[in-house]
Write a protein that binds this ligand. Sequence first.
Ligand code: NAD
Length: 700
Amino acid sequence: MTTEAPDTLSDTVRLHTQDGVVVLTIDNPPVNGLGNTVRAGLFRGLEYAIAEPQVRAVVIAGAGSMFCGGADIRQFNTPAAAELPLSRDVQALIRHANKPVVAAIHGAALGGGLELALACHFRVASAQASLGLPEVQLGLVPGGGGTQRLPRLIGARAALEMIVQGRPVDAAKACALGLVDAVAQGQLLAFATAFALEQAAAEGSLPDLHGRMPALDEVDFAAVRAGLDPRARNHKAQKAAVDCVEMACQHELAHGLDLECEVFLKLVAGPESHALRHLFFAERQAPKFEARIPADTPAIASVAVLGAGTMGGGIAMAFANAGLPVTLVERDQAALDRGLSLVRRNYGVTVEKGKLSPAEVEARLARIRSSLRLEDVAEADLVIEAVFEDMAVKQELFGRLDTLCKPGAILASNTSRLDIDRIASATGRPEDVIGLHFFSPANVMRLLEVVRGERTSDAVIARCMAMAQAIGKIPVLVGVCEGFVGNRMLTGYWREAWFMLEEGARPEQIDAAMKRFGMAMGPLAMADLAGLDINWATRQRLLATWPPGLRYPRVADRICEAGRLGQKTGAGYYRYDNGSRLPQPDPQAMAIIEAAGAEAGFTRRAFTDEEIVERCVLALVNEGARILDDGIARRASDIDVVYVHGYGFPAWRGGPMHYAGTLGLEAVLARLRALEAAHGAQWTPAPLIQRLVADGQAGF
Ligand code: NAD
């Protein structure tokens, strides 16, 4: 009996028959995600192909640029994820098919996409394909059989490497591992169809992983667990992934699949995976900026950096690393030599670590041209100023750039806190002036605050957002205010650390509590690293407009007045012996802290970790809410990206604004009110938080 091929399988899966082979094509842009309609389409197509005697084999392929990018992450924790058929129903149908089912992989087969391919009898791939199970990056384990089938196919050791690191392999490696059966010669679909017909004609039964059990003794699982980094953003998921692969070596496949599913469901409902998925979307949304760039605008092809200090050298490296020529300009030879030798030293470390070859370093260094003449920036498409943090110096320089630079050049400042509009006013082309706030070390840190001035043109913003992504940064668009997003929030965070010092906490106690919360560094060790003088100068600048009645952190001034400016002077909140970077508790610092506390009228008292964390983190949240209200950040998730990528906030907590949502804004507001009653006006709840709570919103 011949059944009619269904006209449509679903909106997202197409069927056509060729030489007796049914080809099911997933067409669900942008990444052919395995959402509910894709699962339903594949199920119907497979049912038809299995029932139809004329059909000899099935090929599953992807339309567009890839095979399948995995489960539809947006459907996690939604009713659509539970809609039938589930991935495991599709997989069971393939297993019991009486004809070969072949996955034809081009582009990427990731996560659920690779799990679908693993459930097929065979896999063929184009030479450029990449295959991986990146679920751990989202705080998950593969939940559709990946941890159970992959070890059965390629062995436990190789599977662990792919699953725990979440890194994909290319087609050649996949073939060597036995993950794909053949790499396509010529056109993939024709190759896959011929391959499927060959398998249909072959004697013997179809491969079935249910009969296989990977060797348990191939891997020392305890050693793998012990080798995981407990500070990794996805530590919990990595540990669970090791457990799952071990289970694959201990249980029948059917039972292993159930166990894996349990682990997945627990992780997907947990706060860490929620936070990591939030960040995944936040990082992709932050760079988006829709603006029409005039058609004749050239791409940024050359860059000039002014100042070869801490920041300038790193910024020059960031562009040279991305293949762009850079002119690095200093005001005198000694400073230039110092800057260039630091650049060379940084590259040297990369070579020592085996991350770059000496030849590649030479190629990168050759892209950095140094100069003492400002006139040499005249032809650059983008000029980034990274000289001293001083308005008069910057204005004078921008005035000169205005006369020197070619029309259409972007004039950017790397200022940490100064007013971009005042800098722009020194030029006759404020529409071309923008802030590009890199983070230290600029060649490593991925965050870039793109500061839009009042008159910066949309086209200049769009070009900078695109440029940032082209050099591997995550750009976040922010507005002009004291400290933009990141440093403005840092002010409140440090303020609370200083106040707690005055009230009775010790530096190492505050830092340890914040590290236990998950921060990469404690606030006071971070202040010592950054240098205390910059902040001291900022406080002095702000003192003239300090609101009456608002508490002032005198301990921060007293430490600086003692000549303790952080690591660079060997002492700050800690001491640093003989150039060491390791903070040591220092009785001399404690004496200054205690005197400043007494001067402020405090009798020292004990602090708990909870109180320290609450005061530091809620200070971030409250200021973040004001920043949102002021329109300085476009969205709460942008603030999270800034804090995770620029300030070491734990990714598995999703950033301060996401974290506030996990506490619940009503609870946050209640705590802010209590802190205001106990400590004063710096804790007045942000109006946005009050409005959101009144509207019944739990998060930002
Ligand atoms: P730095 O003191 O290390 O370097 C500044 C360099 O600029 C010096 O080498 C100096 O010789 C040079 N310079 C001064 N005037 C010049 C001129 N007219 N032409 C050419 N070169 C000139 O300072 P830095 O830490 O690199 O900071 C530079 C800028 O970046 C500041 O605006 C700072 O606020 C900002 N920033 C610093 C950091 C950080 O962590 N250090 C982070 C982000 C932004």
